[in-house]
Design a protein around this ligand. Structure first.
Ligand code: FUB
Length: 327
């Protein structure tokens, strides 16, 4: 009896691991029953974009088999929704193998639209230049497919060795086009960096500008509300999310405190912040989907984000219920 129970559990686990590792070939719809919102696969490092009345959610895909504990991430995933609760998963939009110069690791990124094209900035390991790098892929559609926009990395580790000697500091790009049309990319682990992007979005312009933030770990996300720029980021380790505010995208930023506590059962805590249909959302990951969930099998969650009258943000309340359909 005991033996057959363990055999059955092992079979169910292997079947899930097989499904989780697969690339997606057709649109599939699902309803999010609270948090985590995606339960048919492990998803991490969410980024989101609102475009023409829809939300597009981009995520990394954790496929590390249990009980191993390391990052195994070979592709990214894209989902869309009209209401933040009913979602469509679209065919796998981008894989590490789409960047011929890279050696793997589909780490965090962000998609932004400019002139009808969609640019996806991602962290990935470089094949020949030691360390992590940032690549950019492009598509005519927010759901892809995306292709390598340059055929080479936009940022490589050797460009930032004067600031930090670690080889994984060039990760987690976040991007914004400022009100004057100038695009900026902000990224980094241990040290936060900022650089201008040319109008074509696939070349940098000028020097790297370090942004100094207290207890900065990684996962910067830039967003704007009114005339405030908010730079949220993962702090310490295990990670909480905190934030700083400025009247200029390049700073200096004033630290404002913790925005989100440790996310359950995950050392990392990576956020995206968007406004959609009049409400603000905090999108993050935890390790709470099932008994195999954890720091290397993470799951995307969504909760509301609220502001104080002075523009500062209220601490996020992580819930299992998640959000209600946006109207
Ligand atoms: O998913 C791999 C890395 O873990 C991301 O790039 C970081 O932000 C952290 O979530």
């Amino acid at each position: 009896m005991r033996k057959s129970f363990f055999l059955m559990a092992a079979l169910v686990l292997s079947a899930f691991q097989l499904i989780n590792a697969q690339t997606v070939t057709k649109d599939t719809t699902f309803h999010a029953n609270g948090n985590p919102i995606i339960r048919h696969k492990y998803t991490a490092d969410p980024a989101a974009m609102v475009y023409k009345g829809k939300v597009y959610l981009y995520a990394g895909h954790d496929v590390c088999p249990s009980p191993q504990n390391r990052y195994v991430m070979n592709d990214w995933a894209v989902f869309s929704s009209d209401d933040m609760v009913n979602w469509t998963e679209h065919p796998t939009p981008l894989k590490t193998s789409d960047f011929k110069w890279a050696s793997g690791d589909a780490w965090a990124g962000q998609v932004i639209e400019r002139n009808g094209k969609f640019y996806w900035y991602v962290a990935i390991s470089h094949g020949t230049i030691h360390g992590k790098a940032i690549g950019v892929a492009v598509s005519d559609s927010p759901t892809g497919p995306f292709t390598d926009a340059r055929g080479s990395a936009l940022i490589t580790n050797d460009m930032t060795t004067k600031y930090t000697k670690i080889s994984w500091d060039d990760i987690d790009p976040t991007v914004m086009i400022d009100k004057d049309g100038q695009a900026y990319m902000i990224w980094g682990n241990t040290q936060c960096y900022c650089i201008k992007l040319k109008e074509n979005m696939i070349e940098t312009e000028g020097e790297i500008m370090p942004i100094n933030l207290p207890r900065y770990t990684e996962a910067p996300w830039i967003h704007k509300r009114g005339d405030w720029y908010y730079l949220s980021y993962a702090t310490e380790f295990p990670e909480k999310i905190c934030y700083a505010m400025s009247k200029k995208i390049t700073g200096p930023y004033e630290y404002k405190g913790i925005l989100n506590e440790l996310a359950g059962n995950s050392n990392t805590n990576h956020q995206a912040i968007i406004e959609f249909k009049g409400k603000w959302y905090f999108i993050y990951h935890n390790g709470g989907m099932d008994v195999n969930g954890g720091s290397f099998r993470r799951s995307v969650c969504i909760d509301y984000l609220n502001y104080n009258p002075d523009g500062t943000m209220k601490r996020v309340q992580m819930t299992t219920e998640g959000v209600k359909p946006a109207k």
